[in-house]
Ligand binder design. Structure first.
Ligand SMILES: NC(=O)C1=CN([C@@H]2O[C@H](COP(=O)(O)OP(=O)(O)OC[C@H]3O[C@@H](n4cnc5c(N)ncnc54)[C@H](O)[C@@H]3O)[C@@H](O)[C@H]2O)[C@H](O)CC1
Ligand SMILES: [K+]
Length: 510
């Protein structure tokens, strides 16, 4: 599913209308009817009053179709036109006239006192927000500037059309004022602001409805940002052949752990096994072996001599070691006290996929120039803090520009970048971005990243195409958290090891 900015959506609209020949009146009709179909299950009783708040543009035009459809179905609807009648133009005007010709009444905001308007809204159970859509520019102006905070104060169920009014549709850093929706029904393509914070919080529960814009129009304009959905996972997750053997599912090497970080290698290794890796070898410093090995029975071990309680830098430059594996994950719990020069050797000598996480990313900064010319694929899995360190920016800057910065970095260094966070983004070396919809605050805990690294490693070895492998790992990881929190686990108490334990049930759904 394509994710677009408002500007892209307008171009898509234009393509559908001018190149394909669909009428805007029809798209607006489709939009309004699809919206109503989507919200009908939410409206409990026909006696509950609904107010539709209609703005000056085409978002308001959708509001007229919605109002007509609800009235035809027998709902009690107050239809509020906020701008003066004569300001409504084009297709919105057409649908306003159709509405009026059906014999329905328009309440014009101009003709009421502000207090009377608010009083009438207070008598409604549901408010439908068709004030502003993708056409908003700059800060809110009157009367929207006053109406929007007042609507928020009413504390009603608010359902926004396309996006909460006042919210930009692109990558947003700050929100001045916008409708705080309970639900948002987005038309045709999710808008980018639905995956950035704090904008996401204004959307409430998000649904997407088809309004009949042809795929060609969407692909012609915007084919670089996608939501990775359950359907995509089902379509791309590897299926095990009955004739397969352990060698068919990849031989993994995990380089992880140190004397003081013995949990990370356990989590990464177990997660890798749970996602179907054929064989896993864990390279750890000898000082951590006893503790780690007592918790893992499925893996083999490669013991590295240690220095400062961590893997001895020089120990992993053995070429034979690297030739033996299909993919390597390096980083969870390795510490930062040595030079990390083994990473440089791996990057130059190993010609297959390498996943770099956690402290591996810390060392990577020293060797970042080697990425562009690497023989095999490189997959980096930073959270905002690690990414900020890699690109010499503040965490705030990263969090405000997640899409643009990760795209820039992935293309510049020719890597797959999995930027963790709410709505993890997977960016390919060519700059395509895939947004993960699963996961919740239960994942904001030490160890959950170590689990994800093991999952990425396992899937990367089992799928030719790396992007689906990486996105599937992120999806299943988030899904594990979602399943736990919807089955009695508080987000506070989910452990990283719970994610590993629940994985058989997660996979059972696919
Ligand atoms: N393909 C589709 O998705 C379709 C979407 N539709 C709906 O159309 C809107 C976009 O319509 P548009 O007319 O371009 O924009 P708005 O409705 O958001 O109104 C813009 C209008 O508002 C005024 N304005 C702009 N900025 C501000 C501001 N900061 N403060 C106050 N007022 C502002 C100005 O007058 C602008 O002209 C989309 O979201 C969908 O809901 C169609 O139904 C067709 C298919
Ligand atoms: K809206």
């Amino acid at each position: 599913m394509n994710v677009v900015t408002g500007e892209e959506m307008h171009q898509i609209d234009r393509y559908a209308i001018e190149e394909i020949g669909l009428k805007e009146e029809l798209l607006m009709e489709n939009a309004g009817l699809a919206f109503v179909n989507c919200i009908l299950p939410l409206l409990e009783k026909k006696t509950d009053r609904v107010a539709v708040l209609i703005g000056v543009g085409n978002n308001g035009g959708d509001g007229f179709v919605i109002s007509r459809s609800l009235l035809e179905k027998g709902y009690q609807v107050d239809v509020w036109l906020i701008p003066p009648l004569e300001k409504v133009k084009g297709t919105a005007k057409y649908h306003m006239e159709v509405f009026a010709k059906c014999g329905y009444q328009i309440l014009n905001f101009e003709n009421f006192t502000y207090e009377h308007f608010l009083e009438k809204l207070t008598s409604c159970t549901y408010l439908i927000d068709a004030l502003l859509g993708t056409g908003i520019r700059g800060s809110l102006r009157s009367p929207y500037k006053e109406i929007i905070p007042a609507v928020n104060k009413l504390d009603r169920t608010v359902i926004s059309v396309d996006l909460p009014s006042g919210l930009p549709s692109s990558e947003v850093c700050e929100v001045e004022e916008a409708i705080k929706a309970t639900y948002t029904v987005t038309l045709q393509c999710p808008k980018l602001s639905a995956f950035t914070y704090p904008a996401r919080e204004y959307y409430g529960e998000l649904s997407v409805v088809d309004i009949g814009i042809p795929r060609l129009a969407i692909n012609e304009i915007s084919n670089e940002r996608f939501l990775w959905t359950e359907k995509d996972v089902k379509r791309t997750l590897p299926v095990r052949k009955p004739s397969s053997h352990k060698g068919s599912h990849g031989k993994a090497l995990i380089i992880a752990g140190s004397k003081t970080m013995t949990g990370a290698p356990v989590l990464t290794t177990k997660a890798c096994h749970r996602l179907g890796a054929g064989l896993v070898t864990l390279a750890i410093p000898d000082v951590a072996h006893e503790v780690v090995a007592s918790q893992i029975i499925e893996a083999t071990f490669h013991l590295c001599s240690s220095k400062n309680g961590e893997i001895n830098d020089t120990h992993l430059s053995d070429k034979q070691l690297k030739d033996r594996y299909d993919a390597i994950a390096v980083g969870p719990g390795i510490g930062r006290n040595n030079t990390g020069s083994f990473l440089k050797t791996l990057l130059t000598d190993f010609q297959k996929p390498i996943i770099i996480d956690a402290d591996g990313l810390y060392y990577l900064k020293r060797y970042i120039s080697t990425l562009r010319t690497r023989g095999g694929a490189t997959i980096l899995t930073p959270h905002s803090g690690e990414f900020a360190f890699l690109i010499n920016e503040s965490i705030k800057t990263v969090e405000e520009n997640r899409f643009s910065l990760s795209k820039q970095f992935a293309m510049q260094h020719g890597v797959y970048l999995l930027l963790k966070g709410p709505n993890t983004i997977v960016t390919t070396p060519t700059g395509n971005q895939f947004i993960n919809p699963t996961g919740n605050s239960a994942l904001a805990k030490g160890g959950s990243g170590d689990v994800l690294t093991g999952m990425v490693l396992a899937l990367v070895m089992q799928q030719q195409d790396l992007q689906p492998a990486i996105s599937n790992a992120a999806f299943l990881h988030g899904k594990a958290a979602d399943i736990l929190t919807s089955h009695g686990f508080s987000p506070l108490s989910v452990l990283a090891s719970d994610l590993v334990e629940i994985m058989p049930q997660v996979l059972d759904r696919f």
